[in-house]
Structure formats: C-alpha cells, structure tokens
Design a protein around this ligand. Structure first.
Ligand code: G6P
Length: 372
C-alpha cells in the first residue's frame, strides 16, 4: 500500500532514497575512536582470522557485485587474495578449500538457495564461513560460523539497491577489521579509511539530488534498445551493476565492460548514437586511470557513441568529450562505487517508469530465489 511506501511512488524510489541511512545504520555501533568493532566476529576469533590465507566471496546478482567491489578494498588493506565467485559456479568445480580459506557469502535475503548451498559446501569442506546478510535469523547466517548483518532495513523492490551499498559497507568494515588483526594497516590508516566511510551518507544525499537530470535523460532515452557501461578498477563492478539494473528494470539489453577491455572486442559494438555510460575515476586521486578512461571516451566518441559520464564534481577533462556529465562528490577511489552506482540505479528506475513498467516487480524475476 501507499503507506508502506511512505509517500513514495514505488518501493524502488523509497529504497533508493534510503541509501544514506542504509550505510549509516550499517556503520552504527561498529566504529569508534579506537577503530572497528564487529562483536559478531568473536564467534570466529582474531587468531582464526589472522591465519586465513585466502578469501572466497560468493553471492548472486547484485550481491556478487558488492563482493567484486570489496575485493579491491580487502586485498589492498589486508594483503590477502580475494576471489569472487557466483555461488552456483563455486560448488560445481571442485574449488580448493582448506581450513585457512574464509568463505564470505553475501545475500540480502539470506535465503538464496544457490548461495546457501555454496555456504554448506564450503563449511563441509572445512572452510570458515561468514555471512553478510540483511535479514535477521535467515537461513544463510544460521548456517555460517559468523554473520555481519547489514542494517539497510527491509528491501521490498525486487531489484536490489540499498542492500548493495549496505553490503559494501559491511565488507569494508570487515576488510578494515582484518587489516587490524593482520597488522597490515596502522590504527591511523584504519582511521583514515573509516573517516571516508563515515562521510559516505552525506555524499549519498548529494548524489540523490541528481535525480532530476537523470530522469530527463531517461525520458530522452525511452526508445533505446541497448546500453553499454564502462568502468575501470572499482568502476568495473559498478558498470556491471548498472547494466544489471537496466536489464532487470527496463528490459533493455545492457552490458558492463572493463574499460581496458574495450579494444579487445566491445569497441566493435560502437556505432553512431550508441549510448555508453562511463564511470570516470577521480582526476586528482586516480590520475593515471582517469587519463586512460578519458582516452577510452575519446575512442568511442570518435566512433559516434553518445557518452554519459559519471564523473567527479568539477572534472573538466571529461567535459569536451561527454554528451552528458552526471557529477558525483569527491571520494577516495575505493569509495567511489558507493556514489557512482546511484545515478545508474536512478537511470534504470526512471527508464522503467518512462516505459510504463512495474519498477517494483519486474517480469520473470523474484526477490529471493529459493530454488537451485
Ligand atoms: C534475485 C534478485 C536480485 C538479487 C539476487 C540475490 O535474483 O532479483 O536483485 O541481487 O537475487 O539475492 P540475495 O537475497 O541473495 O542478495
């Protein structure tokens, strides 16, 4: 009913708008002057975490993309190899698992059968298991050695939005905890990263204000048949998520690519008028990657692509080459996904609405897939 939607036209619109709170609530009680505190991890013990040699993250859909983002952060901070696998691929390929393997599952519902089976498989094979879950008492956290709950609040719309930013928040907290346990970051370094994380809710509020321009863009593009998304480094999983949102909500063929892969194939898809969203790294904080992505933009623009750049506020280098620029606030590179994903969620939602589709209940999809 409309009251459940709190005055919003859809659960999707409501949940997208709740993302500042989803992050703030997931941080609440876990950050203090002395660092990160995740009491739930006591079930595993710091000695166990210190002895982990490898992390495998499993999930499906948006949850898997949250894991892909976190891979960059956890490897950088904790110096431990992180692989991200789709749950349904993981358990049917004889994965190498030891007592020193940590399997982190990500699931908003905590009931996705593919992920549950992956967690059971990992536990039976001797791995330690942690669940990142948004639903208290769900099956997957109960099957895991420890659970770190995200506090995004109930997510009703089928396509995941606020759960995604909450999952990244929990994973980043975990990565910083692990870095402290393993001694790979000093307390001061952890404090800097925590400061970045604590600044995200206010920046999310700022990005949500771009809704009007994104709506206009979506209305112009209501007849679009295919959209490409390019990103590099942590912008790559954001590109994958942007494409997934558009498929789910607007039934438009969409693909996300690593920007560096463009010349190895996807550039053949570029023809005049082809819309391409590009997630542009920060010009000041990621100067090298920024230059490479701007050069990708020039390459596709020269072939007629219509470029929509998600770029840092004030990035003047993209302006001459982009047809549209959607600005996001300045953040350290690892934290850009929290912000860059929002215009992509809004775009998919607005395009769905422009096409007269059911944004909360897209065809053929279920909120939680409880069959294998
Ligand atoms: C379904 C939903 C997706 C979601 C995926 C994983 O396919 O439609 O939005 O990302 O399941 O769900 P989970 O509850 O495990 O995070």
């Amino acid at each position: 009913s409309a009251s459940d939607k709190g005055g919003w036209s859809s659960f999707m619109a409501k949940e997208v708008s709740e993302q500042p709170d989803a992050v703030a609530n997931t941080l609440r009680g876990r950050v203090s002057d002395s660092g990160v505190h995740i009491p739930e991890l006591e079930a595993l013990g710091d000695d166990v975490l210190a002895g982990i040699t490898r992390i495998v993250v499993v999930g499906c859909g948006t949850a898997a993309y949250a894991g892909l983002v976190a891979k960059y952060a956890i490897e950088k901070w904790a110096g431990i190899p992180v692989e991200v696998e789709l749950s349904h691929e993981f358990r049917y390929r004889d994965p190498v698992i030891t007592r020193e393997t940590l399997v982190i599952s990500i699931s908003q519902s905590g009931e996705t059968m593919d992920t549950l089976m992956a967690v059971k498989y990992a536990g039976d094979a001797g791995a330690r298991t942690i669940s990142i879950c948004n639903t208290q008492g769900a099956t997957i956290p109960r099957e895991s050695d420890a659970a770190i709950y995200t506090h995004a609040g109930p997510e009703v719309a089928v396509a995941s939005t606020k759960a995604f930013v909450a999952q990244m928040t929990a994973l980043y907290l975990f990565g910083l905890h692990l870095a402290r346990v393993r001694g790979t970051l000093t307390n001061d370094e952890v404090a800097v990263e925590l400061g970045e994380l604590e600044a995200i809710p206010a920046k999310l509020t700022t990005v949500l204000e771009t809704g009007g321009s994104v709506r206009q863009l979506a209305h112009w593009m209501a007849d679009t048949r295919a959209v490409l998304f390019l990103g590099r480094h942590v912008g790559f999983p954001v590109a994958l998520e942007g494409a997934l949102k558009l498929k789910e909500l607007a039934y438009i063929h969409a693909e996300g690519f690593a920007a560096g892969e463009l010349k190895h194939g996807p550039i053949a898809l570029i023809e005049p008028g082809q819309p391409v969203f590009v997630i542009v790294p920060s010009p000041s904080r990621s100067a090298l990657l920024h230059a490479k992505v701007v050069s990708n933009i020039q390459e596709i623009r020269a072939r007629g692509a219509r470029v929509i750049a998600i770029a840092e506020q004030g990035d003047a280098a993209v302006l001459p080459f982009a047809d549209e620029v959607i600005p996001i606030p300045l953040a350290a590179p690892l934290f850009e996904p929290f912000l860059a994903v929002v215009p992509l969620q809004l775009f998919a939602m607005e395009l769905s609405l422009a096409k007269g589709l059911d944004v909360d209940q897209p065809r053929n999809l279920a909120k939680s897939v409880t069959v294998e």
